[in-house]
Ligand binder design. Structure first.
Ligand SMILES: [Zn+2]
Length: 480
């Protein structure tokens, strides 16, 4: 903030003391100032009338930048102004008067003038409640006092209004911009904060504590404000809320504890993924070290899965995409787009993706012995999620042979029926109630379906004879 030394620097020593004399004897008759923006910078424009020698009244205009402690422009009607360089004594008097009144205002109502509230008004006056109580009946002197502790609660509300009024220039304008980098199966996120100029957020713990308490915090010459949620631009509030609730949750003691846990980086792993990515839907998410902005969208990325015949088996290749698994969603990062897939839908390929990530970097090789199962049970699922491209690979070749099923019923004694079930492939026969391991070329899908249907008519399983059993008091019914 501008001070007396800054004024003294702009004029001759003698001019300064004459200006000081003028100000002290009240020569500044009128002084008004307003804060305004010029080229994106905050300036204070003063407009004053100063009585000079004799009957003369001089109009004086001075413009200063408080943040950069600079006197930008000044103008006076006096002859000295036009004859000499630097400030004249009238300008000095106006500046000193301003500094004095500014300090008075600060003491009286904190920093009203600093935050753009015109001098002469005050926070309590503008609320208009205290002075308009004249029409209300006078309180009885013996009236009860306010319930215990309520005054402190009320103070928070008063403070909230006051804070917003004081920093109305900044209100609704602060941005909190995240940028991320991939960090294993998580994201590492840092933040910058500001309205015009962005500052690196050095300590997330301090930040969320300041928001939770609507406290004053400063980041640099151009950014210091009460961290009331309303100070932030609306589209950034979901992120501010997310950080505050997430980081404060579960910490029974705050302050120093949080500051030491959270420096400037937030690691977004499964636990935080959904909340974090949801909270940045409304704002740009930048990738660290690039200009690229990422946007969230629902749906699956178009992804190529290539299956090529190799030797007697097949080689599977998948276009690699960074992936983040949350509790509710799986997120795929593809060229500036973050695709959100419901966990339920993504679950059926999640393990395949993790496998490819860990072991399949140079391709996944599937030998001929596993190809029938792959083609029958896995390929349909994969085709539902990826664009499958075959290279000299014909899946029909690996489809299992047609099975025939033989079902044997027997009634070895009264009130007892047994059932055996076989799948038959030419010469080969498999007892479906005996052998659960899969060997040879078999139509496992139909075998499973058929044996399940058959088993549902019986009440027990005989592990010795590998048969399903139905026993009962004469009311046995079998389907035709
Ligand atoms: Zn002058």
């Amino acid at each position: 903030m501008l001070n007396r030394t800054d004024v003294r620097r702009e004029c001759h020593k003698i001019t300064f003391s004459r200006g000081e004399e003028l100000q002290q004897k009240g020569a500044v008759r009128r002084l008004a100032w307003e804060k305004k923006k010029e080229d994106g910078f905050d300036v204070v424009q003063m407009d004053a009338t100063v009585s000079g020698s004799g009957e003369n009244l001089y109009e004086v205009k001075v413009k200063v930048d408080e943040d950069y402690r600079e006197i930008l422009e000044y103008e006076c009607e006096c002859p000295a102004f036009y004859s000499y360089s630097g400030l004249c004594k009238h300008c000095v008097a106006v500046l000193l008067d301003y500094l004095e009144k500014r300090e008075e205002t600060r003491k009286r109502g904190k920093t009203l003038a600093d935050y753009g509230i015109p001098t002469g008004s005050s926070v309590s006056g503008s609320r208009g409640t205290a002075s308009s109580s004249g029409s209300l009946p006078a309180a009885r002197p013996d009236s009860r006092s306010t319930s215990f502790g309520f005054d402190r609660l009320l103070e928070r509300y008063v403070q909230r209004d006051r804070v917003n009024l004081m920093q109305r220039q900044i209100l609704g304008s602060v941005r909190l911009e995240p940028s991320f980098s991939f960090y294993g199966e998580s994201l590492k996120v840092t933040f910058r904060i500001g309205n015009r100029r962005l500052y690196v957020l050095k300590n997330l713990g301090d930040f969320v504590n300041a928001v939770a308490g609507s406290e004053w915090a400063s980041y640099g010459k151009e950014l210091a404000f009460y961290h009331h949620p309303e100070a932030f631009a609306p589209q950034y509030r979901p992120l501010v809320n997310f950080l505050t609730f997430t980081l404060l949750k579960g910490s029974s003691y705050m302050g120093n504890y949080l500051s030491s846990v959270y420096k400037k980086e937030l690691v977004v792993s499964a636990e935080l993924a959904d909340g974090f990515l949801e909270s940045v839907r409304t704002i740009p998410l930048r990738e660290e070290g690039t200009e690229r902005e990422w946007r969230m969208e629902d749906g699956e990325p178009e992804r190529l899965l290539e299956i090529a015949s190799e030797g007697s088996g097949a080689l599977v290749r998948l276009k690699k995409l960074p992936m983040l698994t949350g509790r509710q969603g799986i997120y795929f990062f593809d060229a500036g787009r973050i695709f959100r897939v419901d966990r339920e839908r993504g679950e059926e390929i999640r393990e395949f993706l993790l496998y490819m990530e860990r072991y399949g970097k140079s391709g996944l090789y599937i030998a001929a012995s596993e190809l029938p199962a792959f083609v029958q049970d896995m390929l349909p699922v994969l085709s539902d999620h990826f664009q499958v491209k075959m290279k000299n690979f014909d899946p029909r070749r690996w489809l299992p042979p047609q099975a025939e099923f033989s079902l044997y019923l027997d009634a070895p004694q009264r009130d007892l029926i047994t059932c055996s079930l076989f799948s038959v492939y030419g010469e080969e026969r498999y007892n479906l109630f005996e052998d659960t391991t899969i060997s040879g070329q078999r139509d496992t899908w139909r075998e499973t379906e058929f044996s399940g249907q058959a088993a549902s008519f019986f009440t027990a399983f005989d592990p010795q004879r590998h048969q399903m059993v139905l026993s009962g008091g004469g009311n046995l019914r079998l389907p035709a």
